[in-house]
Design a protein around this ligand. Structure first.
Ligand SMILES: Nc1ncnc2c1ncn2[C@@H]1O[C@H](COP(=O)(O)OP(=O)(O)OP(=O)(O)O)[C@@H](O)[C@H]1O
Ligand SMILES: [Mg+2]
Length: 422
């Protein structure tokens, strides 16, 4: 066992927390703690929670079953109750699995212990409080969490900032687990910027809920004069359909660093009447940055095939949204000859903001993109959350547009360490 796992499992605190990096062995420690507490509370019940039901199936069950096998326990699993009954020589006890988002349904349970894995993904401490209130039937009452830190949320408040009696914090790093494949660690470093590496790999609490949203941007590093548009490379058009103004950030992808070169921004305001804003902005972009066919022998009178030249990353919500009576915004863009690159669902704000911050390591922006640069510098988070503050109607449109394109081209995803059922 790793030091932080051992410290956590053997802790005699009533409420221990293991806050550690991705892949550091949290879920394994979480389940071992449960098995230990089950043994300390014969005939009683331990509740184990993941934030959502699919995580129980994909993460918790395979881990606990593998550990029970390895430790040589015999057990029964009753699917209708999501309940394991674990037997040893002279006794038994129960472990039930529940989702933390449905914490209200824990009312009425009498527990000897409970644990919440990935607790920091919960938006508040209601599940934790509910668990505490059910902790009343056993010889050794205990509650615990294991999680990767997500900034200054309730986990920070309860275990780090102002720990009350019985609360004990144990921390660990991804790299404390020598069994992780190197490519797992490499992909974490590739995916996340410095601030998130401190949190997600080193297991530190860093302030993710305060201040500038796009902290990866630095005017000195990320801006320059005169970025040329290369008419032979596709234009990437990141678009936000906010009606007033409709906004686009124009960039090109290069093979050498900086890969992302932002050469212009376009914002159009509605002048009243029945104008089709989406059509107008598309036409304006094509006029300003015409496509030059690389094929010099192209017959003059033949329509130029510009497929794939105007690559547009629209707001995913525009699929159903109509600024015209008959066509959706996406249809209008297609009619203008734009190729649409869009995910089925809007990205999670956390993921796409992380992606933009990481992308600032290889992005350069023309100084004339004044509004975009203002956005990057001035857009902030709603205090205490990881949501974007949208209270200023002039801000966020260009960075929102850019975010969709970066989430598409350079997404960040947490790699998974898989535990398979034996
Ligand atoms: N003490 C240990 N000895 C050997 N292998 C271990 C140990 N603890 C965990 N592992 C292995 O390391 C991998 C990651 O463990 P685990 O899933 O518990 O980490 P985690 O911190 O919960 O990861 P995630 O951040 O993805 O939730 C798994 O394959 C697990 O089997
Ligand atoms: Mg885990």
């Amino acid at each position: 066992m790793f030091q932080h796992q051992n410290d956590f499992i053997r802790s005699d605190a009533k409420y221990p927390a293991l806050v550690a990096g991705y892949g550091s062995g949290k879920t394994v420690a979480f389940c071992l703690k449960a098995i230990l507490e089950a043994g300390r509370n014969p005939k009683k019940t331990i509740l184990l929670a993941e934030p959502t039901f699919p995580m129980i199936r994909d993460v918790l069950q395979p881990t606990i079953e593998e550990l029970l096998h390895e430790l040589g326990f015999s057990y029964q699993y009753r699917a209708s109750e999501s309940k394991y009954t674990i037997h040893w020589k002279k006794g038994y006890s129960n472990i039930i699995l529940r989702s933390a988002e449905n914490w209200r349904r824990w009312a009425g349970l009498n527990l000897a212990g409970f644990g919440i894995d990935e607790a920091a993904l919960l938006k508040d401490k209601k599940a934790w409080d509910m668990g505490l209130s059910r902790l009343r039937d056993g010889k050794h009452l205990c509650g615990w969490i294991t999680t990767t830190p997500e900034g200054f949320n309730f986990v920070y408040d309860l275990w780090k900032d102002n720990p009350k009696n019985g609360y004990k914090l144990i921390q660990g790093r991804t790299t404390d687990n020598p069994y992780l494949p190197q490519d797992f660690i490499d992909s974490l470093y590739q995916n996340y910027d410095k601030k998130l590496i401190s949190s997600y790999i080193h297991g530190n609490f860093v302030n993710l809920q305060h201040g500038s949203c796009y902290y990866g941007f630095d005017r000195r590093k990320n801006t320059t004069k005169n970025i040329d548009y290369n008419p032979y490379l596709p234009i990437r058009i990141a678009m936000d359909f906010n009606i007033n103004p409709i906004s686009a950030v124009l960039w090109q992808k290069h093979k050498e660093k900086p890969y992302i070169r932002v050469f212009d921004e376009v914002q159009l305001s509605h002048s009243g009447g029945n104008e089709l804003m989406t059509e107008r902005i598309a036409k304006l972009i094509k006029e300003k940055y015409p496509y030059k066919s690389p094929n010099l022998l192209q017959p003059k009178n033949k329509k130029v095939d510009m497929t794939g030249h105007y690559m547009c990353y629209p707001d995913p919500s525009g699929k159903n949204r109509h600024t015209s009576a008959f066509m959706s915004d996406h249809d209008v863009l297609r009619k203008e000859g734009f190729s649409l690159l869009v995910k089925k669902k809007a990205p999670l704000i956390i993921d796409s903001v992380n992606a933009v911050n990481k992308a600032m390591e290889f992005t350069i922006i023309d100084e004339k993109c004044k509004e975009f640069i203002k956005d990057l510098e001035q857009v902030v988070l709603k205090e205490g959350t990881r949501d974007i503050d949208k209270s200023n109607p002039e801000r966020t449109h260009l960075t929102d547009a850019f975010r969709y394109s970066i989430d598409y081209e350079y997404p960040v995803k947490k790699p998974v360490t898989k535990t398979y059922m034996a």
